[in-house]
Design a protein around this ligand. Structure first.
Ligand code: PGA
Length: 246
């Protein structure tokens, strides 16, 4: 299984280096049988890369610029993230969409730029509470994914894509979807991929209040390849419990 830790802006670079250094052998054990991806703020990527150089733990960035190079003060290009040691990049996380007004078109552009720069994009999609209540979830997911498939169809070479379904109402709330609707959502996403980009190499992740307490809900979901974990990834023992439960 794939376990992606999203550290968000919760820890400073020295705090992240300390967390990983103190638990390095533990992380290494976890990635002997699983894929472990740590997503720190961009400032920590290079130092983390040095620390993890002889390990199977991979690094992801939390976002990237939608342009390749130029006069864009404050932006960080996908090429720079890759040069510093990132292998993956979160794209269109709901916090980026909702707090920084990132649209699905921008997210799609970032995903294709990331892919073109040898990063595997982890595109985050998910409906807000009001859309969930109105049963608009599948429509929202289609709207968020279609621009990504369009961009991926235009890429010159086949690139891998990770899709993380994270219902916005489940992020950081302790709430999780029930098993059956969640299974249907993943079936729907797989169907959409088959229709829009038949040969796509992709993985499906779930994110939103994943913890050692909630993990059992997700165990029997067909075709789920892994998890995107926020809060619970800040405590190594809690993160380990989640991984060890598989
Ligand atoms: P959470 O966050 O696990 O704290 O709910 C998940 C995410 O935002 O990626």
């Amino acid at each position: 299984m794939i376990f992606v830790a999203n550290f968000k802006m919760m820890l400073t670079t020295p705090m992240i280096i300390k967390l990983v250094r103190e638990n390095l052998s533990g992380y290494k054990e976890l990635c002997a049988t699983n894929s472990i991806i740590l997503c720190p703020p961009a400032t920590a990527i290079r130092e983390l890369f040095s620390l993890l150089s002889n390990s199977c733990i991979k690094i992801g960035a939390q976002t990237c610029s939608s342009t390749t190079t130029g006069a864009f003060t404050g932006e960080i290009s996908p090429a720079d993230l890759a040069a510093c040691g990132a292998v993956y990049c979160l794209i269109g996380h709901s916090e980026r969409r909702n707090l920084f007004y990132e649209t699905s078109e921008t997210a799609a552009l970032k995903a294709s730029l990331a892919a073109n720069n040898n990063l595997i994009p982890i595109v985050c999609i998910g409906e807000k509470k009001e859309d969930h209540d109105r049963e608009n979830t599948l429509e929202i997911l289609d709207q968020q994914l279609n621009p990504v498939f369009q961009r991926f169809n235009e890429l010159e070479r086949e690139c891998e894509l990770y899709i993380a379904y994270e219902p916005v109402w489940a992020i950081g709330t302790g709430l999780t979807p029930r098993k059956e609707p969640l299974g249907n959502i993943f079936t729907h996403i797989r169907g959409l991929v088959a229709k829009k980009h038949k040969n796509l190499r992709y993985k499906l992740l779930y994110g939103g209040s994943v913890s050692s307490k909630t993990i059992s809900i997700f165990k029997e979901i067909d075709g789920l390849d892994g998890f995107l974990i926020g809060n619970a990834s800040l405590d190594f023992q809690e993160f380990k419990k989640i991984v060890d439960s598989f």
